[in-house]
Structures are given as structure tokens and as C-alpha cells.
Design a protein around this ligand. Structure first.
Ligand code: ATP
Length: 140
């Protein structure tokens, strides 16, 4: 099967660099699939679950990603996101605590800006909890 070059860059590390057969990313209007030779584009990436089908691997694997952008140029994809974690890297207790903190903040009176930050924090925590329990694991 054809492949494309994929680089997943989080703010603290290069999470993945290599070939990929298929990729789905959490775009604002739903999961978006990217296959080899996709047209060039730049799109926003939401907090969510990116899935990768890597060459030589039978199963898809999942990544919990933070917000960012994806750029596709000449059969190369760069996924530039705040954070990226494999399911096995996610500390579920930390995410549970972050979720409780955000929920508590949302119960308090907050400025609009604080409210959006709490909502974003809640979305990150809930996404980590979902990917850590349901995400398909890497055996690399
Ligand atoms: P917290 O309030 O627990 O710090 P957060 O959503 O504010 O959560 P981020 O700013 O998204 O955290 O991420 C900061 C760093 O910590 C990143 O490197 C991210 O990958 C890592 N990280 C955050 N939460 C977890 C978690 N539950 N398990 C593993 N790594 C995490």
C-alpha cells in the first residue's frame, strides 16, 4: 500500500516521524481521514483522538492529541499539536484529577475567559480518559 510521510510534533517532543498508510484526525467538523496523495491543505485540529495505520502493523493505533494544526503538502503531513500521548503514556489518575478540577471551576462564577479555559481543560482531561481506556495500543 502507498504511504505518506508523517511528522507529529508536540510542544515538548517530536512524537512520531516516519511513514504512515492512513491517518484520521479530529478536525472541527469531525474525524477527517487522510490517505496517500491527499490534496494539499491546512486544517485545524481539535482536542481528540488521532488514529494511525502504520506500515507493517496490522492494527490501527491511537494518539490523544491537543489542539493544533495539520498541514498536508506534497504527500507529507505535519501534525503540530500542543500535546500528544499514546494510551499507555496517559496517567488516568492525573486526568481524573484534572477533570474534577475543571468541573469544580465550571461550578464557580468565572470570567468568560476563565470559563473557556476550564472548558478546554475539561475537554483535554475527558479525552485522555477516553483514549487511555478505549484507545488502541502501540506495540512499537
Ligand atoms: P494537568 O492539569 O494535569 O497538567 P493539562 O491538560 O493542563 O493537565 P497539558 O497542558 O495539556 O496538561 O499538558 C502538559 C504536559 O503534561 C504535556 O506534556 C502532556 O503530554 C502531559 N500530560 C498532561 N496530562 C497528562 C496525563 N493525564 N497523562 C500523561 N501526560 C499528561
Amino acid at each position: 500500500m502507498d504511504t505518506f510521510g508523517l511528522k507529529i510534533i508536540a510542544s515538548d517532543r517530536v512524537f512520531y516521524e516516519g511513514r504512515c498508510e492512513k491517518l484520521t484526525i479530529p478536525a472541527p467538523d469531525g474525524q477527517k481521514g487522510i490517505l496517500p496523495n491527499h490534496e494539499n491543505m491546512v486544517i485545524a485540529v481539535n482536542v481528540g483522538d488521532a488514529s494511525l495505520k502504520l506500515p507493517g502493523q496490522e492494527n490501527w493505533v491511537d494518539v490523544a492529541v491537543g489542539a493544533g494544526f495539520a498541514e498536508v503538502v506534497n504527500n507529507r503531513v505535519i501534525l503540530l499539536v500542543d500535546t500528544a500521548e499514546r494510551p499507555s503514556e496517559i496517567d488516568a489518575r492525573r486526568a481524573e484529577e484534572a477533570k474534577e478540577r475543571a468541573e469544580e471551576q465550571l461550578r464557580q462564577k468565572q470570567s468568560i475567559q476563565e470559563y473557556y479555559m476550564s472548558q478546554a481543560s475539561l475537554a483535554r482531561a475527558m479525552n485522555r480518559l477516553r483514549v487511555s481506556t478505549e484507545g488502541k495500543r502501540w506495540n512499537l
